[in-house]
Design a protein around this ligand. Structure first.
Ligand code: URA
Length: 436
């Protein structure tokens, strides 16, 4: 019989856990026979003692198999997805999904909501009237088949063991554990039945992991486990020392994504990161013969309007307006108060506390403090100034979209405190390294 406290004691004492023990533990997490106290003590033991590759892989696969897993028989192309560790103005999925689909991939993307300072892809899509983020499995597959991409939310039946463990880690100070984060992310992604996964691991002042070394450790851990589980995976370390897009806030980011796909306005930083993630997706799956070929195919997908057309079709098939891409400005919600804020001094934008920038969007009502909070899709920051820009007191730092004067003022205070103006030109980089 499986006795959870014996299992926890082993990890506490740094003894190896067997495949059978880990699987029994996850069975208990899923059927409720393992208590919250067991889960929290186990998570803390892992936090301090880590896990071997064998243990991490077994944990990941057991969590993946705790619920439904998707299969893609009859699909004539590779099944690919991208996952990001989360950031501010990270609207990449909205362009990457349709661009990869335009190049022949199938992208069944199961995304999350924002929590803390990070935005969530699902919240962005919910700014589109009618868009259903929780279609049934048959509809999900039909949209993937017909459009090449569908971006939806996690159902209760996908990796339920992760859901329970994550909610306990969240309140027991055990989130920041590389083995637990790796298993948590991969259990959900592998349940999608992928051939290839591209991980975007953020680095910098807005990243989930506090140092470059830890971001790299997480990237390497995810790649190693995924390879062990038989999924082609590359991790790209990308910059989060400032907002990735011009805009941060749900509807404002969708606005920017549509204009990017329309080739009318493209933030070079966002484009660089998007391409750095799309290119390995095409080379790993064999949809492009090398990086140059991949880049060409992706640029063609954009310039021909094919990626935009796929995005529009996906929105419509998931319940959004049929003319969304033509009339996005009409459909996206608008905040009642839209006003810029200006640089308080002259100088160079030296650095940005990107977590604080994200929290200013949360403070406006564009994110959640608790998972159950509802959000305002109209609010956020538009045209956030780039690091390295020379400013004077006439230069806008961003335009704040707020529901009222009080929240506008609060956001102004937060943004001013988050941006440092000085004399030194910061080193700015979009992509650091690729692992895998
Ligand atoms: N995101 C996840 O899905 N799981 C974690 O543990 C951390 C971030």
């Amino acid at each position: 019989m499986f006795i959870p406290q014996e299992f926890i004691r082993k990890k506490r004492d740094n003894k190896p856990l067997s495949k059978e023990e880990i699987e029994a533990f996850i069975r208990g997490v899923t059927d409720g026979s393992v208590a919250n106290e067991h889960i929290s003590a186990f998570a803390m033991a892992v936090f301090f003692n880590g896990m071997s590759l064998e243990e991490k892989t077994t944990l990941t696969l057991a969590m993946k198999n705790s619920g439904d897993t998707l299969t893609w028989e009859g699909f004539d192309g590779p099944i690919v997805d991208k996952h990001s560790t989360g950031g501010v103005g990270d609207v990449v999925s909205l362009m990457l999904g349709p661009m990869l689909a335009a190049c022949g991939a199938y992208v069944p993307m199961i995304s999350g909501r924002g929590l803390g300072h990070t935005g969530g892809t699902l919240d962005k899509f919910e700014s589109i009237p009618g868009y259903n983020v929780l279609p049934d499995n048959a509809r999900f597959k039909q949209v993937v088949k017909e459009c090449g991409v569908a971006i939806i939310g996690q159902t209760a039946s996908l990796a339920p063991a992760d859901k329970r463990i994550y909610s306990i880690r969240d309140v027991t100070a055990t989130v920041e554990s590389v083995p637990m984060i790796s298993a948590s992310i991969l259990s959900k992604k592998l349940a999608e039945g992928l051939d290839t996964l591209i991980m975007d691991v953020k680095v910098g002042s807005g990243a989930f992991m506090p140092t470059y070394a830890l971001s790299k450790e997480l990237a390497a851990s995810i790649v190693e486990i995924a390879h062990h589980a038989g999924v082609k995976t590359k991790a790209v370390l990308t910059d989060m020392n400032q907002s990735l897009a011009y805009n941060a806030g749900n509807g404002l980011e969708v606005h920017e994504a549509v204009e990017y796909l329309m080739n009318s306005r493209k933030n070079p930083r966002l484009h660089a990161v998007n391409m750095a993630l799309c290119i390995p997706a095409l080379t790993e799956t064999g949809l492009a013969k090398d990086e140059t070929d991949a880049a060409q195919k992706l640029e063609d997908a954009l310039s021909s309007g094919k990626a935009l057309e796929i995005f529009g079709r996906m929105v419509t098939m998931l319940g959004g307006p049929a003319d969304f891409c033509e009339r996005y400005e009409h459909y996206l919600p608008k905040a009642p108060l839209i006003q810029p804020i200006y640089a308080p001094d002259s100088g160079i934008i030296e650095s940005m506390d990107t977590i604080a920038i994200g929290m200013s969007v949360v403070g406006l009502g564009g994110g959640r403090i608790r998972p159950s909070d509802s959000i305002d899709h109209s609010v956020g920051l538009e045209n956030i100034i780039d690091l390295g820009t020379t400013v004077d007191t006439q230069t806008p730092l961003c335009t704040i979209h707020a529901k009222d004067q009080a929240s506008w003022k609060e956001a102004k205070r937060r943004v001013l405190a988050a941006i440092s103006i000085g004399e030194n030109m910061p080193k700015v980089k979009e992509v650091y390294e690729v692992i895998g």
